[in-house]
Design a protein around this ligand. Sequence first.
Ligand SMILES: N[C@H](CCC[C@H](N)C(=O)O)C(=O)O
Length: 270
Amino acid sequence: MPTFFYKMHGLGNDFVIFDERPGPLPLTPARIAALAERRRGIGCDQLVTLSPATRAGADAFVRFFNPDGSEAGACGNASRCVADLLWRASGNAHPVLQTLAGLLPATINAPGLVTVDMGIPRLGWQDVPLAAPADTLHLPLPGDPAALSMGNPHATFFVPDFAMLGEGEGLEHAPLFPQRANIGFAIMQGPARMRLKVHERGAGVTEACGSGACAAVVNAVRRGLAERVCDVELDGGMLRIEWTQDDHVLMTGPAATAYEGTVDLTAYPS
Ligand SMILES: N[C@H](CCC[C@H](N)C(=O)O)C(=O)O
């Protein structure tokens, strides 16, 4: 029985998206991992599902799964893609995504150019979360990172170059991060621009990380390194991030459909 899916990406951070609003699909962590695998499966950085919204005002309940089968509370690039998908289906240029991180209002600025309100950054050590009390602006780790949650855990290292990138795997699993963490490496290029690479939790280094860009800008502002509106250059392209005066993080960038297809889910291990 073929199951329809969308293959989309935000700056090369790519997604397989299943719409379960008509009915639930037999997706298990093992099957998600198999579908995300780039040789024997479809291949993606995250697998995304849409389900019927359970909160008033939301258009869909959106869940994000890493290639290792773990679930993430937020995914910025996929949120832009889902907003674009919802708009194309409904004509509503202001879709609202229900996620584990909360309700995310989106705006379709133009076809393929989307702003998502990623919500309020959580700055407390218990919010990230960390394994023990700590100043989230200066974690007790070599390299002195800052940390926060955008609904998923992020640590940001402010660095002169990307020599530390290979340490991302070990840092993701540091004991300080009981739920692991996404590890960002940011090179400031002025108060309104940074270059960022992210080793993503459960996925490794990706071409772009939307929630990581949000986290990096908020952490840079907290450190006095950036203004509240900052352009973030990732390997896959540019995002514009604004940490508003009322504490919301707005992320603006592209969303693209690569192709649509069908897959026999039962052909994959459950
Ligand atoms: N790997 C992340 C989820 C995907 C985040 C990234 N693709 C984005 O655009 O925000 C985590 O486990 O928290």
